[in-house]
Design a protein around this ligand. Structure first.
Ligand SMILES: [Zn+2]
Length: 196
């Protein structure tokens, strides 16, 4: 079990907060470096620098985990018409990355909880809902996160699917509770010793 003296440190990072989000012809905010076929946007230079900075900070401050929290969207001809894509996806580091071993079970625990309530993404690039990625800075691409820093990026769903404020708020609460339960399940079911 987890030692009671040392609290688990989790860094929560919200994404997709570009204020010009809807105005840009080419959406540049995002967490990803260029990779063909991802549903995500290409990270602008500024965003890349911020994400690398977050990774550096997480390493130096001995975070146990970094959780990136996103709501998705994608580029389509008319942004005011509801898109076809739906469902959630959990991204985790690809197996060659130094923090993949510690991250995989962490991600799976969160995924398992979300799946009890929500359907996984119908987007081809997110098939199955649990996606390993090598290119996301947020997950520690180029081994920018230490092996001890678990990373996960959660796309809770497509933003246009949350009709009004009430249903949105309700969804936020459910997402949050499921995510927290998944995180607790992970940390409470395994000893931290040896992973540090
Ligand atoms: Zn995203």
């Amino acid at each position: 079990m987890v030692s009671a003296q040392e609290p688990i440190k989790i860094l929560l990072v919200p994404g997709h907060d570009d204020k010009d989000w809807w105005m840009k012809e080419k959406i540049t905010n995002g967490d990803f470096i260029i990779k063909k076929g991802t549903p995500h946007n290409t990270a602008s230079k500024d965003v890349s620098i911020i994400l690398h900075g977050i990774n550096k900070w997480a390493n130096e401050n001995e975070m146990d985990a970094v959780v990136h929290v996103h709501f998705n969207d994608y580029h389509r001809p008319n942004k005011w018409i509801i898109g076809d894509r739906k469902g959630f996806a959990v991204y985790m580091p690809e197996e060659q990355m130094v923090n993949s071993t510690t991250s995989a079970n962490f991600a799976k625990n969160i995924f398992k909880k979300l799946k009890t309530k929500y359907t996984t993404s119908n987007y081809e690039g997110e098939k199955g809902g649990l996606v390993a990625s090598q290119s996301l800075i947020a997950l520690g691409s180029n081994d920018t996160l230490l092996p001890t820093v678990r990373s996960v990026l959660i796309e809770y769903g497509y933003i246009y699917r949350f009709g009004n404020k009430t249903s949105r708020q309700k969804a936020y609460d459910t997402f949050t509770n499921l995510t927290v339960t998944g995180i607790k399940d992970y940390f409470l079911s395994r000893p931290l010793i040896g992973l540090k």
